[in-house]
Structure formats: C-alpha cells, structure tokens
Design a binder for this molecule. Sequence first.
Ligand code: AR6
Length: 207
Amino acid sequence: MLATDVHDFTIRLVMESGKTVEFSGPSDITRETSDAIVNAANSSLLGGGGVDGAIHRAGGPAILAECKQIVKKIGRLPPGNAVITSGGQLAAKHVIHTVGPIYRGGDSGEPDELASCHRESIRLADEHGVQSLSFPAISTGAFGYPVPQAAAVAISSTLEALAAAKHVSTVRFVLFDSGTLKTYVRAAENLSHSSPASPFRIEKAQS
Ligand code: AR6
C-alpha cells in the first residue's frame, strides 16, 4: 500500500507552455542540483542565519567575496531586489541573493516586496540563461511573514514571472519542513480555484 502522505506526494503546477512549478520538502536547498538557487539574504549581503547561513557555509568563501564586491559597487540591497553570484562549492552554478520584507502586519508594502523578490530573481536568472531555479520560503523565518500569506504571494508572482521567461522553465520551492511544504501546496491548490492570470493544471508528483 503506497502512502499518500505529503511526505511522499506533493504537486506540480504545469502551465500551458509546459513550464512547471514544483514543491519539494522537507529538503535542504543547499543540496539542490538546479542551475541556480535563491538565497533569502539581508540588505548587508554579508550572510546571517537560516537559509543564508546554510548557503554560505555550504558554498564556501567565494560567495561572500563576490557579495562584498557587489556591496562595494551598489551599497546595501533594498528589499525586493536581487543580485547574482557564482555557486562556489555548491552543485548549483549560481546563487541569486534577494532580500525579503520584514513582516510588520502586512500593510507596509510587504506583499509587493515579496512579489518583487520572486519576479526579480526569475528575471535575473533568465538573463543568465538559467533553466531551473529553486526558491526557499523567503521571509517566513527570521523575517516573520506568516507562511500561508507568503506562499500565496510567492506562487502567484512566480507564475507571472515564469510565463514571461525565455530560459527559465522549472521553478522549485524547496521547503525546509513538512508544515511549510503542506502550506505551500495548499496555497497552490487555492490559487487554482481563483482563476489566476497565468493558468496551470495540477499534477501529483514525488516530493
Ligand atoms: N534549506 C531550505 N530552507 C531553509 C534552510 C535550508 N537549508 N534553512 C532554513 N530554511 P530564513 P527570512 C527555511 O530565516 O525569513 C537570515 O539571517 C526556514 O525554515 O532563513 O527571509 C538572513 O541573513 C524558513 O522557512 O529567511 C536575514 O537576516 C525559510 O527558510 C534573515 O535571516 C526562510 O527563513 C532573512 O529572513
């Protein structure tokens, strides 16, 4: 008897163009073999805890050295923006560093900034010929964004940006714990009922 628990089964969203949005977990994004992974950084770009700390630890000092060069040129990175470095020792060729909003109740522009993180990361990935890109659950840890609201914004902005991409064809949300995975999957199912601007069908997939 096959278990149909979310640990074994998750879903994949398939757009009319064949581009896909996948949900995986519980997984560690530093182990991803996609062309690029996204880092939930802070404006200093000098590393931190959570997924940021894990990416710098696993990727080695080359990533931080590149971040320091970027900061020299452009200064602090505002929320909603994204920059790209190499992947250092990671399997992924690139790391895209974006800064999510700190959640302050939801009425201070957080949804727009979080949507911009996804749009800008996909746009930058596309400029670099990236075909597959993995995101963590940006802003839902130290920055305190409630997971259900963050998931809805992350998925809808991703679908919109993915529809416009020339190279990026697969986006994967790599969720660290099963609660976050379940919430992202539920948000995607809810979105499919609300006739989104970028239509998709839902398929079952192995996590
Ligand atoms: N792989 C995938 N997801 C992870 C991993 C991992 N290895 N580690 C943690 N997560 P957070 P934020 C999940 O706090 O809220 C940093 O200090 C985690 O469970 O990493 O955007 C930065 O420097 C949560 O679901 O990012 C910033 O100062 C999600 O990643 C600040 O935290 C995001 O949690 C950014 O806060």
